[in-house]
Design a protein around this ligand. Structure first.
Ligand code: F6R
Length: 599
């Protein structure tokens, strides 16, 4: 959702801010703005729509400015217009804000009583007035604002009467400070600092940072504190398209390399490494996540249910926004696993906090190392996917499924439910996974896409793991191509949804499980008999010679522990090609944000 940036140094700040805002675009936004300052004046420029609109406007700025702040806004309080767009200025205070202030109406009333008048409908302008209203030292004004505000915030603040510094502070929204040479940056994530430095400091809740060109000082209630300087292990290339037309296409392709990265991290001397959490002491496991991550969680549950078949573990999956409002009865053998690419998804973070507060063990499978979820979980298993910029997840989902698969493989081995030979075979397959999937990257999916891109409804059917893959395939297509699609367990089709099948309705049938192959094929034929055009995704071993099929995709057959990873790749490409053919904004689909930091 909203992204923030601040810069102070020798460079022309406008260019730095525009570049930074572009690297924050992936978070989702509807307007953007910057405030820049030099010894003479303060300029604020705002624009609705894409950052290129803002870029066009700032071209007219003359003069040299070396300090500034910028913002991409994803509207929460007040409609999308330039008045509501950040930065907000109230007298001496100009700021950008990511988060939501829950008690802003109450604060606004108090400030109005003492004479403040507001131009926008935002909670953020209220913060600027709140800080401005404090009569005294700047640091104390920020502490005062911290005490008065309820909700979440990452803020970068400029004071008009203190020209050579920026202030920043946070609660429940991410904030990092990049440490450069004669320049420093602050913002929502490390992608903004990568063009200038790899050194950064992770800011924690409650801390206040004062940033000058040559110095960064971090304070908390104990005064000045010393913080670890971290080195970003993401490169600038990771956060760029590197010749691909879209980030999504690059990220789909990154999955091959990701198999190797995860193998190197999680396999040691042909065995599961200690980096894979051993969850054998738990008998009650809840896996919680949102969206695609929830589908990854569902694959985790399927694998536990089917391979930890001694009844020693009860596993439950839930979407975070539901789980957090349910009653839970944990004991000392309970574990809550949260899955999150961004590590900032509000509902998932709330579930983690709830579990932590109830003293139950928590494990996060998370991609962004500096995220709140990574910091707050008791155990962390990294996804190592590198920055995921396209809003629709591909490699993030892939890494979540693979991480969970490895946890379950290790669990099955530790519990003696798979033999050493089976374990060795699984590890050998893992080592070859990037080769096994290679052919799927050379198929021309545009032919299939050309048959789909004008359709209004598409259906996916499958059983077991294939059904879950259908859920993710359908979500990918919906999000970026805006085509309606639905998913049914193949056996359920005739219990109702088959009424929706008309002449030429596309039905994707996913059949990669031998055990239910005959039945799944019958279900596909039932749909075809009602006029559906049949698209099949099957393993090479399944014979479909006698069927009339619109399009056939054959994938290699592997163990269940890897099959769903293989099966999703063609659907990622199909969604991508369909969206491109429809002329959709593939990387930034409408209405969606990458990091969903509101509930
Ligand atoms: C779908 C998608 C979303 C995310 C969901 C959770 O393509 O990207 O459904 O999977 O918002 O996000 P994280 O994993 O960041 O918690």
């Amino acid at each position: 959702m909203c992204g923030i940036i601040g810069y102070i140094g020798n460079k022309n700040v406008t260019g730095v801010l525009i570049q930074g805002l572009k690297s924050l675009e992936y978070r989702g936004y509807d307007s953007s703005g910057i405030a820049i300052r030099n010894s003479k004046d303060l300029k604020i420029v705002k624009s609705v729509g894409k950052i290129v609109n803002l870029e066009e406007k700032v071209k007219n700025i003359n003069g040299i400015y070396n300090v500034g702040i910028g913002h991409t806004r994803w509207a929460t309080h007040g409609e999308v217009n330039e008045i509501n767009c950040h930065p907000h200025n109230v007298n001496n205070v100009t700021l950008v804000h990511n988060g939501i202030i829950e008690n802003f109406r109450e604060l606004k009333r108090e400030l109005e009583i003492i004479g403040y008048k507001f131009k926008s409908n935002t909670d953020s302008e209220v913060i600027a007035a709140l800080i401005d209203s404090y009569n005294g030292d700047k640091y104390d004004a920020l502490v005062y604002a911290q005490m008065k505000m309820r909700g979440s915030y990452a803020l970068v603040i400029m004071f008009s009467d203190e020209k050579d510094c920026l202030y920043a502070m946070k609660k429940d929204s991410p904030l990092v400070v990049g440490i450069g040479k004669n320049e420093n940056l602050v913002g929502s994530d490390v992608s903004i600092i990568l063009p200038y430095t790899k050194k950064y400091i992770d800011i924690d809740d409650g801390e206040i940072v004062k940033i000058t060109k040559n110095n960064v000082s971090v304070y908390n209630e104990n005064g000045l504190i010393s913080k670890n300087i971290q080195i970003a292990n993401w490169s600038l290339d990771d956060a760029q398209k590197c010749g691909y037309e879209h980030f999504m296409l690059k990220e789909i392709n990154d999955q091959k390399q990701l198999c190797i990265k995860l193998y190197d991290k999680f396999v040691s001397e042909n065995n599961y490494s200690n980096e894979i959490p051993d969850i054998s002491k738990y008998d009650n496991v809840d896996i919680v996540a949102c969206g695609s991550a929830f589908f990854a969680a569902s694959i985790g549950k399927y694998l536990i249910d089917n391979y930890i078949c001694d009844g020693s573990i009860h596993v439950n999956v839930d979407v975070s926004s539901e789980y957090r409002y349910k009653k839970h009865f944990y004991n000392d053998k309970s574990l809550v696993i949260v899955l999150s690419q961004s590590g900032e998804t509000a509902d998932t973070l709330a579930c983690l906090r709830m579990a932590n507060s109830l003293n139950v063990d928590t494990l996060a499978i998370v991609n962004v190392p500096s995220s709140s979820i990574a910091k707050e979980a008791k155990m962390v298993m990294p996804m190592l996917a590198g920055p995921e910029i396209a809003v629709a997840t591909t490699k993030g989902y892939f890494a979540q499924v693979l991480d969970l698969s490895l946890i379950v493989q290790k669990l099955a081995y530790v519990k003696g439910l798979i033999s050493k030979n089976q374990k060795d075979e699984l590890i050998r397959t893992f080592k070859r996974l990037n080769d096994i999937i290679d052919d799927l990257f050379n198929i021309d999916y545009s032919k299939i896409a050309s048959k789909l891109f004008l359709k209004e409804h598409i259906y996916f059917i499958g059983r077991g793991l294939d059904y879950i893959v259908g859920l993710e395939a359908s979500l990918k297509l919906k999000e970026i191509s805006y085509i309606h699609s639905d998913v049914y367990q193949a056996g359920e089709l005739k219990h109702g949804p088959i009424a929706l099948i008309n002449k030429n309705t596309p039905v994707f049938s996913i059949i990669t499980n031998d055990e239910v192959m005959e039945k799944s094929l019958s279900n596909a034929i039932e749909a075809q008999s009602r006029g559906a055009k049949l698209y099949l995704l099957v393993t090479e071993e399944i014979n479909v010679d006698n069927l009339k099929i619109e399009e056939l995709i054959c994938v290699p057959a592997v163990s269940d522990f890897y099959q769903s990873l293989i099966n999703i790749i063609p659907f990622q490409f199909i969604a991508y090609e369909v969206a491109k053919m429809k002329g959709c904004d593939v990387d930034k689909p409408k209405n969606l944000a990458k990091s969903v930091t509101v509930e």
